[in-house]
Design a binder for this molecule. Structure first.
Ligand code: SAH
Length: 340
């Protein structure tokens, strides 16, 4: 098994069966994490890219079964920030030293592409990258947002198993999700995707397929998070996703896509103490601190207990593991290139 991991370290290639055998063997976990850490160091170095996350609306027309801000959850207090509120948070992030702003929301059609374009243009007057995470839109809308200056887009595939996908996302299709991702790529966005680990009926085979899908898309960013069960959803009473399994999927992704940007996700830190640092030592190179207002943070409860961290605390934590905060905007092109 170790020689398989060593092979992936140099070739950045594994078959579905090989991925599966690594996922199924827990005796090599620490070795896998250490090799993913080496690959991260070789291609990206010790600088960590920070992305300031602004959650600007928790109003959502989707009804994703696991998500705390799903349409049918009546226990959420809904909010929507104004343009000025969003811009003032963005300014705060810029003053704090962030080089990327991530605008994330539920699928809130109140924010038309034109409105979002105005906000993006305003933020882009600064030397800063803008990432969107607003869900599924048409090619034309994505195009307008790109032309307004958006640099990147995050849209997790969540799972590539069509049956699980259908059960978890009422009235949505895996096909359209993929269409969105390939449209984003075509439009020149740095495109991010990823999976939820621990969805009901999801198998390790599915996770292997997810990883192969990241390759197929040539994703520029991959965010992997364990499912954290929210009591106000139909998943109430089910078990959370497995942190180690999530970490393994992330580490294998690092071996196969060595120069992409991979966050240590908030869900990892929420589920396990020091999960963020463990992830940063197992292939991750990005952290996305939430810079929103306290009220909004509470109300944007996609899962319970979501932790947050500020710039200075993070800086100290990173120092403890020999890492520093990058002053670059942190595009995939800022990392070492690799040729297949
Ligand atoms: N509406 C946007 C943003 C969704 S929130 C979009 O569709 O892309 C960002 C991510 O949170 C989702 O992609 C999902 O993977 C994750 N998430 C949602 N509910 C979760 C839960 N209960 N536990 C862990 N992660 C969750």
């Amino acid at each position: 098994m170790k020689s398989l991991i060593n092979k992936a370290k140099t070739t950045h290639d594994l078959t579905r069966d090989e991925i599966l055998s690594i996922l199924k063997d827990d005796s090599i976990n620490e070795y896998l994490f250490s090799v993913a850490d080496k690959v991260r160091k070789e291609y990206i170095g010790d600088e960590v890219y920070l992305r300031a996350l602004i959650e600007f609306s928790n109003i959502c027309r989707c009804n994703c079964v696991y998500c705390g801000i799903r349409r049918d959850n009546e226990n959420v207090k809904r909010f929507r920030l104004t343009k000025d509120e969003i811009l003032s948070l963005a300014n705060f992030a810029i003053q704090s030293g962030y080089k990327t702003i991530v605008l994330q929301s539920g699928e809130d059609s109140y924010f038309t592409a034109e409105m979002l374009a105005e906000i993006i243009k305003e933020i882009k007057k600064n030397d800063i990258a803008v990432t969107l995470s607003i869900g599924e839109r048409s090619f034309e809308e994505y195009k307008l947002l790109k032309e307004a200056g958006a640099d990147r887009f995050l849209l997790r595939i969540e799972t590539t198993n069509p049956i699980v996908y259908k059960k978890m996302h009422p009235n949505m299709t895996l096909e359209n999700r993929k269409r969105c991702l390939f449209d984003l790529k075509k439009l020149g966005y740095e495109t991010g995707t990823g999976s939820l680990i621990g969805l009901p009926e999801q198998s390790v085979e599915d996770l292997a397929d997810d990883i192969l899908f990241y390759k197929e898309l040539d994703a520029d960013m991959i965010g992997i998070g364990p499912l954290i069960v929210h009591v106000d959803t139909p998943l109430k009473g089910q078990v959370d996703g497995d942190f180690i399994l999530a970490l393994k999927v992330m580490a294998i992704t690092r071996l196969l896509l060595p120069n992409i940007n991979i966050p240590a996700t908030t869900a990892m830190e929420t589920l396990v103490e020091n999960g963020r640092l463990k992830a940063l030592q197992s292939g991750a190179n990005v952290v996305m601190p939430n810079v929103g207002l306290e009220n909004a943070k509470k109300q944007y409860e996609i899962y319970p207990g979501k932790v947050s961290v500020d710039y200075e605390t993070l800086k100290d934590d990173l120092k403890k593991i020999g890492r520093t905060i990058s002053l670059k905007r942190g595009f995939r092109n800022d990392n070492k290139s690799f040729l297949e």
